[in-house]
Design a protein around this ligand. Structure first.
Ligand SMILES: CC(=O)SCCNC(=O)CCNC(=O)[C@H](O)C(C)(C)COP(=O)(O)OP(=O)(O)OC[C@H]1O[C@@H](n2cnc3c(N)ncnc32)[C@H](O)[C@@H]1OP(=O)(O)O
Ligand SMILES: CC(C)C(=O)C(=O)O
Length: 513
């Protein structure tokens, strides 16, 4: 038996059957080119008989793709099969995939056909398709819920007619891995000409077992083709996810002993393209392609990964197309990850005491903010070095009240050396009230040349605000910077930081004479 596992991607056919995932011809063509870069063996481009648009999409893909086989699905009737063949005419390698349901339920209630009629229609369909092209795949729809004895008769007959691939779908995601694997194995043993075809699995994810079932079909059943989709897109709860099945086979080559042609470095680009095209967002904890798949947020894991990646990673982020793994700093992080990030940012803190003080402030910030970005750390360390060097004024507490139609009020407690001051004021806005309250006690007489606020971390209202205050007094100009998720607090810190600098300059001037 071959040790090559064929990857049959059906994102553009079964994936498109997800409600809301309909794609235009150009979108499908763009994804097909990415699937070719990914080196999937077969691209199921659509269902040519479904509509004029899908015919054109299958045709465009067949005309453009050179390195993967291009396939169209077709019901087991001449019209659908002829339409598929026509759309696929320009393909370098083409496949017609025809199907008909074989379970009692589907035959009786949906097709309203007897077993013998279904058997005959399957034979006629494959015979007709075989006259149009060599590469024919046959699927007994709802195969897993079909009577194995009848299923074996159908499969034997279509192989005799020239079907090269026999795909046994778990159409409604009812299978259990071990049972599905055994089902395929037993079926292969029952079909006398089974070795004249490649066996394939096509699993749906209704019970969340599509990948596990597909892998059992391979390992236990001996299937050598897996039908799958990018991001597990597909009818209802989706299909077997391509990225998971490929990385399982590659990562556990010791167990499966199989080769896949897929270039894993194209997985994440493909996943992003499909997500952006369909608007189906990828859950962060999705295996392989989720934003958190290679991210570490807790100190013990971060420490382990920094010392040896394989302590907590079984795959390399770069191998599947991420730029790198991620150490996400937050409240669960430890000193080692913090120090490493300082180093990466080129921030040099001289002593362990300085690092420890910055780390305490980092933990304090992390308690108030979900994720700490690089800019947060730089601001936090800058704040810290001012504090270490020259802190005379320190913010202790602050309260402010503003209401529509009322003048904002602020109460501030700050320390000047050993003495603590309580002060209050109103102002045009909450920031104005706070700064006026401080100035009313300090009486610096400094003129404010600049007040600016920026969100120093991207994306959300959770970001830290960074406030810069520039003061001028007696011919000297100083900048004070303060950062905090609350911009009124950041403003008070920035103002006090500028006052500290003014004061230390005053002291230096006084000392010099
Ligand atoms: C398990 C799967 O994913 S199967 C693929 C599912 N994908 C799709 O259905 C997407 C594309 N489908 C379509 O665009 C349309 O359903 C078409 C063009 C195929 C058919 O449209 P219509 O002719 O209007 O038929 P409609 O969809 O209402 O019903 C399906 C008909 O096909 C028959 N049929 C279903 N499966 C098959 C089959 N594999 N082979 C032959 N006939 C079939 C049904 O019995 C029904 O026949 P009836 O009209 O005599 O009752
Ligand atoms: C047509 C077949 C392969 C299918 O999509 C299914 O049964 O789920």
């Amino acid at each position: 038996m071959s040790d090559q596992l064929i990857i049959f991607d059906t994102t553009l056919r079964d994936g498109e059957q997800s409600p809301g995932a309909s794609m235009t011809k150009d979108e499908k063509l763009r994804i097909a080119r990415q699937l070719e870069r990914l080196k999937v063996d077969v691209i199921e481009a659509g269902f040519a008989a479904a509509s004029h648009g899908d015919f054109e999409a299958v045709k465009a893909i067949a005309d453009a793709i050179r390195d993967s086989t291009v396939c169209s699905l077709a019901r087991a009737n001449d019209r659908d099969i002829a339409r598929a063949a026509e759309a696929l005419q320009g393909a370098a390698r083409r496949r017609i995939h025809t199907f008909i349901a074989t379970s009692e339920l589907h035959m009786e209630k949906k097709l309203r056909m007897t077993r013998e009629q279904v058997l005959e229609q399957a034979i006629q369909a494959v015979r007709f398709a075989r006259n149009l092209t060599d590469d024919i795949e046959f699927s007994p729809e709802d195969g897993y819920r079909s009577d194995p004895e009848f299923l074996a008769r159908v499969v034997e007959a279509v192989i005799r007619e020239g079907a090269r691939t026999i795909n046994i779908p778990d159409t409604v995601g009812y299978a259990i891995p071990e049972l599905y694997g055994q089902f395929i194995k037993t079926l292969r043993e029952r079909v006398p000409n089974s070795d004249q075809a490649i066996w394939s699995v096509h699993c749906h994810n209704d019970l969340g077992m599509a990948v596990a079932n597909s892998l059992a079909g391979v390992k236990i059943g001996g299937a050598r083709q897996v039908e799958c989709t990018i991001n597990g897109l597909g009818e209802r709860a989706g299909n077997c996810s391509l990225e998971e099945v490929v990385m399982a086979v590659k990562t556990r080559r010791d167990y499966f002993g199989l080769e896949v042609r897929v270039d894993p470095s194209q997985i994440v680009p493909a996943s992003k393209m499909v997500s952006q095209t369909t608007g189906f967002v990828i859950q962060p904890n999705k295996a392989v392609v989720g934003a958190n798949a290679f991210a570490h947020a807790s100190g013990i894991h971060q420490d382990g990964v920094l010392k040896a990646r394989d302590t907590y990673e079984i795959m390399r982020a770069e191998d599947v197309g991420w730029s790198a793994n991620k150490i996400v700093l937050g409240k669960l992080s430890g000193r080692n990850a913090f120090k490493q990030r300082l180093q990466e940012l080129g921030v040099v803190l001289e002593s362990e005491a300085e690092i420890n003080a910055a780390f305490v402030r980092f933990k304090d910030l992390a308690d108030r903010k979900a994720e700490i970005f690089d800019e947060d750390i730089i601001a936090l360390v800058m704040d810290e070095s001012v504090t270490q060097d020259q802190e005379h004024y320190r913010l202790v507490a602050l309260a402010q009240r503003s209401e529509t139609g009322e003048r904002p009020q602020a109460q501030v407690v700050f320390a000047a050396g050993e003495v603590e001051y309580r002060t209050e004021s109103d102002g045009n806005g909450p920031v104005d009230a706070v700064l006026k309250a401080i100035e009313s006690k300090v009486g610096s007489g400094a003129e404010m040349l600049l007040y600016s606020v920026s969100a120093i971390t991207s994306g959300s209202t959770e970001s830290q605000g960074e406030v810069t205050v520039r003061l001028q007094h007696a011919g000297r100009v100083v900048n004070g910077v303060g950062a905090d998720p609350d911009i009124v607090v950041a403003s008070a810190k920035a103002y006090l930081s500028a006052l500290n600098k003014l004061q230390s300059k005053t002291e230096r001037v006084a000392a010099q004479g």
